[in-house]
Ligand binder design. Structure first.
Ligand code: SAM
Ligand code: SF4
Length: 355
């Protein structure tokens, strides 16, 4: 069976689709610089039950339902990417677990794991509904989840998320582990908020068998606060950690902006995501699809391909594949982030693009 034969497999809970990828799907998905795209991040909703200060404005206007791709449309586009050689799918948002019918989408996409077309189906979540969904995620074939948690202090968590309950997220993490999921913790490094507790966050995560990844703030979308005040360079964090711990560089590369080290004293792995540096663009293997079906091939550029228009114009699978190829073909060489700029580098929020 070829990787795309299963597009037609009539065992998707969202219903069968005709098989018509055409010969065009038989070439790998590569951009104009020869980089092969093997990783799709799919935002399934712009909505969220939290309002993290660096991600969203306090009073967000969310998209009307008609603008957001249906579960069937999300499944169809994601499956087209799988047919083109995407080996990894990450579902994100907004908060993916607040999307109604989310588990139907997960179960449907998991058919590509069963055929071997996909290596990994995973999601990034704020963890608030993980206790409820972890067993179903594990049963569907999800093996790992990323959970965002920036602090171990309930009061600071409430402040950073504008109302979130840390205990609930931690219960979600425990439930995920109990269900057999491997959990990675994501924490945005913030100069005035959590900088001093980063070693505690690392100990907490590593003590539970979780990797922890620190993320530098990215200037995406207007969010009420000035992100330049909270920007914390991970180069400085690393230097600080090295003053009391032994950090050993790991050769692991995910084709993205993360670098990994092992901390000898905790035995765990620490990821450092420095999206403002350009040192990963030349091996970048990923693209993002917003919940409205816009394909962004670079997190920090405005380039965009409207796949929703293609879908809703009644495109055949071959036409959809051609539109995806057209979008990927013009993937920019690199991004254009500079935290020193007061204005966001791109107008869209992380919650729309999918972090
Ligand atoms: N709601 C889910 C969550 O919080 O994990 C998934 C979506 S969220 C947009 C994905 C990741 O993006 C989170 O780890 C979040 O901390 C991060 N994020 C959001 N806005 C960011 C920004 N401006 N800079 C850096 N990371 C950001
Ligand atoms: Fe919601 Fe995630 Fe953005 Fe926080 S980072 S507001 S949890 S989408």
């Amino acid at each position: 069976m070829t990787p795309y034969d299963d597009i037609a497999a009539p065992h998707s809970p969202l219903g069968p689709r005709p098989l018509d990828p055409g010969p065009v799907a038989r070439r790998a998905l590569a951009d104009g610089f020869g980089r092969t795209v093997t990783y799709l991040r799919l935002s399934v909703t712009d909505r969220c039950d939290l309002r993290c200060v660096y991600c969203m404005a306090e009073h967000m206007t969310f998209l009307p339902k008609a603008e957001v791709l249906t579960l069937e449309e999300l499944d169809r586009v994601a499956s087209a990417f799988v047919s083109l050689g995407a080996r990894k799918l990450r579902l994100t948002g907004g908060e993916p677990l607040v999307r109604k019918g989310m588990m139907d989408l997960v179960r449907s996409l998991a058919r590509h794991l069963k055929t071997g077309a996909l290596d990994e189906l995973t999601l990034t979540t704020n963890g608030t509904r993980l206790a409820e969904f972890a067993p179903e995620l594990a049963a569907a074939g999800v093996q790992r989840v990323n959970v965002s948690m920036d602090t171990l202090r309930p009061d600071l968590f409430r402040k950073l998320t504008r109302g979130g309950d840390l205990a609930r997220v931690q219960a979600g993490i425990a439930a995920a582990q109990a269900a057999g999921l491997s959990v990675k913790i994501n924490a945005v490094a913030l100069a005035d908020s959590n900088a001093r507790e980063i070693p505690d966050l690392i100990r907490w995560a590593h003590g539970r068998g979780c990797d922890l990844t620190l993320i530098e703030t990215m200037p995406m979308g207007e969010v009420d606060v000035d992100r330049t005040d909270e920007f914390l360079s991970l180069k400085d964090v690393r230097a600080e950690l090295e003053s009391f711990w032994t950090l050993e560089d790991l050769p692991l590369s995910t084709g993205g902006p993360a670098r990994y080290v092992r901390i000898a004293e905790t035995g765990g792995r620490l990821g450092l995501i420095t999206p403002l540096s350009h040192n990963f663009c030349e091996t970048c293997n990923r693209v993002r699809l917003t919940c409205t079906g816009t394909l962004h091939t670079c997190l920090g550029q405005e380039d965009a391909t409207d796949l929703r228009a293609v879908l809703r114009a009644g495109a055949s699978d071959a036409e959809l594949v051609a539109a995806i190829r057209g979008g990927v073909d013009v993937k920019p060489r690199g991004h254009d982030f500079q935290i020193a700029r007061r204005r966001p580098a791109v107008a869209r929020h992380m919650s729309t693009t999918g972090g």
